[in-house]
Design a binder for this molecule. Structure first.
Ligand code: SD4
Length: 276
């Protein structure tokens, strides 16, 4: 048993997963519940996940989220979803109740409403922080500084993005990939670039061929860097775990991440340096 999360902000989610896994709960329930809590916790310092996430160029919060079960391949995702505070729960419903795998925009919102999710006005999705940041962006063209806090499978995406923009997070093989016989991987960072390299699928493939999670993440990042030139590499953090509960990560920027595996008494945080 193990759980991992991207960036320091993932700690409460990983802590929640640790408790639920130790209580014997099913992995999909564990991921969905832990994510829903951090998606819906409003203004607590996380600004790129769910409620309280930075809005798009028009001031509207649009979220991407996905969930995947490895064997047999089952996948569900939503993208550019408005007004729903727990997009990860909708992603799971797409996986379980829809004949499709990825629903976007109005269609995703209508699907959520049909299944009983409450669609909220945009004002409820903004936090004081994200509304102020948006105003400053409009008035002073001031971009958001200070890193990322997308958590693995859920994000409000790039701050002040074009309406309808979809990042890597809800795309299988890009923002996430899972195979119950091997392990799982997730990516964070500049999703517009990340999606060109399918890094999560690549990490899992390397683990299938015998690499440790750490070796696999480092090799995939090195491959991207080799292809585009290490000094030109965009922001990307990769995280993975295998069925033995081993965890690995690699990143083109300083990358704090949190993890727990059986045998550890608490959730730990590791900051890895930029890989060159
Ligand atoms: C995206 N990859 O939508 C996400 C953003 C991210 O921390 O990871 N932010 O591009």
């Amino acid at each position: 048993m193990a759980a991992v999360g991207t960036w320091s902000f993932s700690r409460p989610a990983v802590e929640r997963m640790r408790c639920m896994l130790l209580a014997g709960q099913n992995a999909t329930d564990v991921v969905e519940t832990a994510m829903a809590e951090v998606e819906d916790d409003g203004d607590t310092g996380r600004h790129i996940v769910g409620r309280g996430g930075y809005p798009n160029l028009k001031g509207v919060v649009e979220c991407d989220a996905a969930i995947m079960e490895g064997v047999p391949g089952r996948f569900g995702a939503v993208a550019a979803l408005r007004g729903i505070a727990q997009p990860c729960r909708v992603a799971r419903k797409v996986m379980e109740k829809s004949p499709h795998s990825l629903l976007v925009g109005e269609g995703a919102e209508a699907f959520a409403q049909e299944l009983g999710f409450t669609s909220e006005p945009n004002a409820n999705m903004l936090s004081d922080h994200s509304a102020t940041a948006y105003r400053e962006y409009l008035e002073k063209n001031k971009p958001v500084r200070g890193g990322h806090d997308t958590i693995g499978v859920s994000t409000s995406g790039a701050p002040f993005k074009s309406p309808g923009r979809v990042g890597d997070s809800p795309l299988p093989g890009c923002g996430l990939y899972a195979d119950h016989t091997v392990g799982a991987a997730a990516a964070t960072g500049d999703g517009d670039k990340i999606m060109c390299y399918c890094p999560s699928f690549h990490v899992v493939q390397l683990m299938r061929q015998g690499s440790s999670p750490n070796e696999a993440c480092r090799a995939v990042l090195a491959d991207i860097q080799r292809r585009i030139g290490g000094d030109k590499c965009f922001e990307i953090g990769l995280i993975s775990l295998n069925m033995k509960g081993e965890v690995g990560a690699a990143s083109s920027v300083e990358f704090p991440h949190t993890f727990w595996s059986q045998g550890l008494s608490s959730v730990e945080e590791l900051v890895i340096n930029q890989q060159k």
